[in-house]
Write a protein that binds this ligand. Structure first.
Ligand code: DAH
Length: 356
């Protein structure tokens, strides 16, 4: 090979190096030039057949070209690596001036019913109550009989009960018509002193502007040796003040009848606090637990007594948050929820405010 050919080869290889657009391209060029079977080693092999003089000169010339090509590849490699890094940095750049995208924690809402349940749980937890639960599908016995509402008792009619078909033993399960069966479950499983609340869903076959077939109640039960009506009144008053977040709530206990309490009363609150002066609103029923109910649960009524109450949670949510149509609660309308729902991150606490 002549020195002119060698110059042509160098020019060709240099052009290949300059044209390599990526590190992969460049590597292919390197292998073709300097690899085992590459153009330069190929030339080296021809040296053996040359006369010693010629070999020396040509060998030096090839080595010089080899060195320049190696340098050129290194230089190109540095350029390409730099460009690759720039490109990666450009794609991985975070624009910190962009506004934060709303995620589930800011888009989602807590339903007013859940909010009120959380608020009440917080209030009662502060008074030493724990939260008890029972199933929505309840036995007739717990929903009625053990609560001193035997079969054929007239008050069963008031409940517009959803009944299941009778099982093989002829027993009918019901969708619980109130949270009061949780009283029974608690007394059967726990020894006094007892202090529980039980929020949950209840069902009655009833539907109009102020009634839905499913709604929510919160039950409370306190059983101890010296518990009396005064404790019941105080507890309800404290609850109302804390719940409505006011210093004073006027309450009225209206004599009433429930088979599972004696005496029994209906609880009214003065609506002044919520902007309806002169009006009373019924929020639930209460009374001293009937001795027969204690007996039905294996608790000695000569030693223990206690009080119970049950309130409508949906009603309380409507009063506190100025919601007028109960049916809207269960329409799953996102616009309504967005407007009336609560932020996920604002957990109600007595210290930090229940509904801040
Ligand atoms: N369970 C009753 C209802 O749904 C409400 C009630 C009244 C609950 C008096 C009680 C109570 O615990 O003592 O109509």
């Amino acid at each position: 090979m002549s020195s002119t050919d060698l110059t042509a080869l160098e020019t060709e290889l240099a052009a290949g190096i300059a044209a390599a657009g990526t590190l992969d391209d460049l590597d292919r060029v390197r292998v073709a030039a300097l690899g085992k079977k590459g153009r330069i080693p190929e030339l080296m092999q021809t040296l053996g057949k040359m006369a010693p003089d010629e070999r020396k000169n040509f060998g030096q010339a090839v080595n010089t070209v080899k060195a320049r090509i190696t340098d050129a590849i290194e230089a190109r490699k540095a350029v390409l690596e730099e460009a690759a890094l720039e490109a990666r940095l450009a794609t991985e750049r975070a624009d910190i001036t962009l506004p934060v995208r709303p995620g589930p924690e800011s888009e989602g809402r807590i339903h007013p019913v859940s909010q009120v349940m959380d608020e009440l749980a917080e209030i009662f937890a502060d008074m030493g109550f724990s939260v008890a639960e029972g199933p929505d599908i309840e036995t007739d016995d717990y929903n009625f009989t053990k609560l001193n509402i035997p079969p054929e008792h007239p008050s069963r009619q008031d409940h517009d009960t959803f009944y299941f078909s009778p099982n093989e033993k002829g027993e009918r399960m019901v969708l619980r018509t109130h949270t009061s069966p949780v009283q029974i479950r608690t007394m059967l499983n726990q020894k006094p002193p007892i202090r529980i609340i039980a929020p949950g869903r209840v069902y009655r076959c009833d539907s109009d502007q102020t009634h839905t077939p499913m709604f929510h109640q919160i039950e409370a039960l306190v059983i101890d040796e010296t518990t009396h009506m005064g404790h019941l009144k105080w507890t309800l008053e404290e609850m109302c003040k804390a719940f409505f977040e006011v210093d004073e709530v006027k309450m009225r206990f209206r004599s009433s009848y429930f088979p599972f309490t004696e005496p029994s009363a209906e609880i009214d609150i003065a609506a002044d606090a919520i902007g309806k002066p002169g009006k009373w609103l019924e929020i639930g029923g209460c009374g001293m637990v009937h001795p027969k109910v204690l007996e039905n649960c294996g608790i000695d009524p000569t030693r223990y007594q206690g009080y119970a109450f049950g309130m409508g949670i949906d009603r309380m949510a409507m009063l506190k948050y100025g919601l007028t149509d109960l049916r809207a609660f269960f329409n799953a309308d996102m616009r309504w929820l967005k407007h009336y729902g609560f932020s996920l991150l604002d957990v109600p606490t007595l210290a930090g405010g229940l509904s801040s």
